[in-house]
Design a protein around this ligand. Structure first.
Ligand code: GLA
Length: 381
């Protein structure tokens, strides 16, 4: 394949500017972001690239290099509607940016992504943030990165229809090489946590694909909200599950539906685990960090019920492999990937043993990515 700027020139006959936004892997803190809680994502060195140059009309001509598909969007369309396609991320971001008062200029756009789609590595936030940055710069409309992250989340909530939290767009904007981010999803304050050089971030893709806009994710979110309504009857200071303790849940357990109780228990205990994990990482206590990852996986499997047989298998296989500190499912769930913290010297052995085990049980090989923590979105050469 031609490098993206060359492909762009060949296609549109103009020199482009080039923007990049990374995917992310979440080390711990799953389904806590939309509960105002804590998360610990890492931006990874798999990214989405957007090449862009201005047009003289009010159209966005957008081509996916991966899918070899082109669409034309009208920036002045009165009632833009989602088409249930990759183009919704592009159009949703354009719509939200214009709603926020930015006047976007027409553009030719070419998009290429290395982030596997629907695998829990945030391919959607990567395309949203890279596109948003490209459209804003192409229009001479500056925007603070935090506002861009929020606008991209709004695009996904309101246009695409997935009620995701802020974690993915935040990580795509603010990732730091060599670091995880401890993010408070209420205040949006974050702290970089250095990742020990001796461990590799190894991602195993089960090959099972999810669909976030599909009902399960939004159902979980609604269950959390219904839990908050019950808890707030007795303690109005509880505005989100972030504010609740296990004591609160126990006291109100009779009034909470059994499923809602378990959903809440996951979120309350997961928030505590993130803070403990941050402490462990700062002390370089990787054993403790791994123990918390295992607890997180168990809670996601049993209480939140967002894992699946293939993810459970990958997590279990990691437990039998040498040099693994911790393993768990990552992202929204129902398929996608596990994240594994593996001693660098043991990575090849880990790849081999997990691949053999997974193939024996499922007949398929998992895709294994050894990732480095990367910088957040920006313009590149
Ligand atoms: C998806 C969403 C995030 C977050 C995770 C689960 O990736 O986009 O906002 O809720 O699921 O932790």
């Amino acid at each position: 394949m031609l490098p993206l700027p060359d492909a762009f020139r060949q296609l549109y006959g103009q020199p482009p500017r080039l923007f990049r936004a990374p995917g992310r892997v979440n080390l711990i803190g799953e389904h806590t972001d939309y509960n105002d809680g804590f998360v610990m994502p890492v931006a990874i060195d798999l990214a989405c690239w957007v090449a862009i140059a201005p047009r003289d009309d009010r159209r966005l001509v957008v081509r996916s290099h991966n899918l070899q598909e082109t669409v034309e969007l009208d920036l002045d369309e009165a009632h833009p509607r989602p088409r249930k396609s990759w183009t919704d991320y592009v159009q949703g971001v354009a719509v939200v940016l214009q709603q926020s008062g930015r006047r976007l200029r027409g553009a030719n756009v070419l998009i290429q992504s290395e982030v596997p789609i629907g695998s829990g590595l945030s391919s959607s936030a990567a395309i949203e943030v890279a596109t948003g940055l490209a459209l804003l710069n192409n229009s001479g409309e500056p925007m603070k990165k935090l506002d861009l992250a929020r606008a991209c989340q709004r695009a996904e909530n309101e246009f695409v229809g997935a009620r995701c939290g802020i974690m993915d767009q935040f990580a795509a904007c603010f990732g730091q090489p060599g670091h995880a981010l401890l993010l408070d999803c209420r205040s949006l304050e974050s702290r970089p946590l250095p990742l020990p050089a001796e461990v590799a971030l190894v991602i195993c893709d089960s090959g099972v694909r999810h669909e976030l806009a599909g009902g399960e994710y939004n159902t979980r979110r609604a269950q959390c909200e219904s839990g908050v309504r019950v808890l707030a009857r007795h303690r109005p200071q509880i505005h989100a599950l972030r504010d609740a303790t296990m004591g609160d849940l126990e006291r109100d357990s009779k009034e909470l539906d059994e499923v809602v109780y378990r959903r809440c228990r996951h979120v309350v205990t997961e928030n505590a685990r993130v803070l403990q994990a941050a402490e462990a990482l700062e002390k370089r206590d990787l054993r403790e960090f791994g123990r918390l990852m295992a607890e997180s996986h168990r809670s996601l499997r049993e209480d939140y019920e967002v894992s699946c047989a293939e993810l459970d298998l990958l997590e279990e296989l990691a437990g039998h492999s040498a040099g693994v500190y911790g393993a768990r499912m990552t992202g929204g769930g129902f398929g996608g990937c596990t994240i594994n913290l593996v001693e660098r010297e043991q990575v090849e052995e880990f790849r081999r043993s997990v691949s053999v085990g997974y193939q024996q049980a499922t007949g398929r090989l998992p895709k294994v990515y050894v990732c480095e923590a990367a910088a957040g979105a920006g313009e590149t050469e």
